[in-house]
Design a protein around this ligand. Sequence first.
Ligand SMILES: [Zn+2]
Ligand SMILES: [Zn+2]
Length: 446
Amino acid sequence: MAEVDRAVPKAGNDAEGIKDYVSFLLAQEEPRPPITWSNWWSEIYWGQGVALMIIMPLCTFVAAYYTPLRTQTAIWMVVYYFMSAMGVTAGYHRLWAHRSYNATKSLEYVLALLAAAAVQGPIVWWVRGHRAHHRYTDTDLDPYNARRGFIWPHIGWLIVKPRRPHGKVDVNDLKKNTVVMWQLRHYPWLVLVMAVAFPTLVAGAGWGDWKGGCVYAGFLKIVILHHTTSCVNSLAHWLGESPFDDKHSPRDHLFTALLTVGEGYHNFHHQFPMDYRNAIKWYQYDPTKWLIWLCSKVGLASHLKMFPENEIQKGMLSMELKRLHKKQAGIVWPQSDLPVVKWGTYQSLSQIRPLLYIAGFIHDLEGFMDEHPGGERLLRKYIGKDATAAFFGGTYDHSNSAHNLLAMKRVGILHGGMPHATEEKYIPPGQILRVVHTKELSNQLH
Ligand SMILES: [Zn+2]
Ligand SMILES: [Zn+2]
C-alpha cells in the first residue's frame, strides 16, 4: 500500500466535519512515554545523534587542533563545502523535495553524489522529513517544529527521539526515481567515498596534504555543513522579516542566506515552495538559484517553476496592509457615533457654544477659536451658519491637516445635511485611503 494511503486516518465521511486536521491526526496516535531517568537511554538516537552530531565533531576539533591548515587545503575545503552544500540545496531540497525544476539524469547523479558528501541521510529520508516540515509547519507533526525553541529544530530532533512520529507525506515519486533509489542502495559507500575519501585524495595526491585533506575538507566540512543546513530549520524560523505571510514562523534574512547558500529567504520559500528561487530580487544572495538557472542555460535543467508574480505581489501587499492597519489602529480618528441634529437646534445651540457647520457635520470649536491661524474674527462670522464653501476655498482653501483636525471636532450630524462620504473632497484626507478589515465591513452590514 502506498505510504500516503496509510497516512490518512479512516475518517470516512466524517472528514468534512474535521476542523483542525493536525489535531485530528494527533488524536489518532498515543504519544511516546515521557523521558525519565529509567528510559532515557532508549530514547536517544545513538548513531545519527550522539555519534554523528556530538562525538564526530569533538574528534574533528581535536584532530584540527593538531593538524596545520595549509592554504591549498583551506581553499579546497571551501570549494568542496560549496559543492556539497549545493548538492543538498539544489538537489535534496529544490529538486527532490519540491520538484521545482527538472534535471537531466547526469545532473541528478552529480547532485546525489555531492549531497552524499554532506552526510545528511539518503535523499528519500531527507525529503520525507522536509515534506512533513512543509505540510505540518509549526505543529507536533513537523519533525523540526520551530515552536519548540531553537535547539530542537537545530539539532535536538536528530539526537532525541520525538514524542510523536512526524506527519506522513507522499514520497512515491522518489521511489520511482532511479537515481534516488541508486543513492539509497549504495548510501554508506557513497558517504565514505564522497564525504571523506575523495576530498582526502584530492588534497593528498594534489599537494601532499593527506591528513589535512581528511580533517578539513573531509570531516570539518561535514560538521560545518550539518550546522549551516540546520540553520534553515532553526535560524530561518526565528531571525528576520515576514514579507509574504506571518501565519507561520519562517523568516527572510540575509545572514541565514549567507550561511545556507541562499536558503535564508525562508518566508518566501514556505509561501511559494515549488518556486526554484528562494530570493526573488536580483541582488539577494541565492547561489543555489543561480546554479539552477545556469544549468538550465546549458541544457542540464529545465521547467524551472516560478509562482505568478501577481500572487507574490498580492502576498507582499497583504502584509503591508496588515502593518498599516495596525499603525492605523494606534491613531485616534474622528468620532463616528454622533447624534443627528436639526438646523434649528444647531442654530440655537450656537448661541451657547461656538458650533460650526461644515460639509454635513457640526463641529464644536470651544478652545480652538484663539488658535485658528486665520484669526478668531473670521471664524466667529460663521458660527451657527454653513461654513462649507468658506472652508473649502470660498474664504481659504484649507490644508489636509486642517481638514483632519476639523474632523476631530465633530459633535453632531446635521439632519438632512449632505450625504457623507460621497464626495472625496469632503472626506478628511487622512481617511480617504483607510485600511478596512473585512470583519469591520461585515459588522457594518449586520
Ligand atoms: Zn522551514
Ligand atoms: Zn523546503
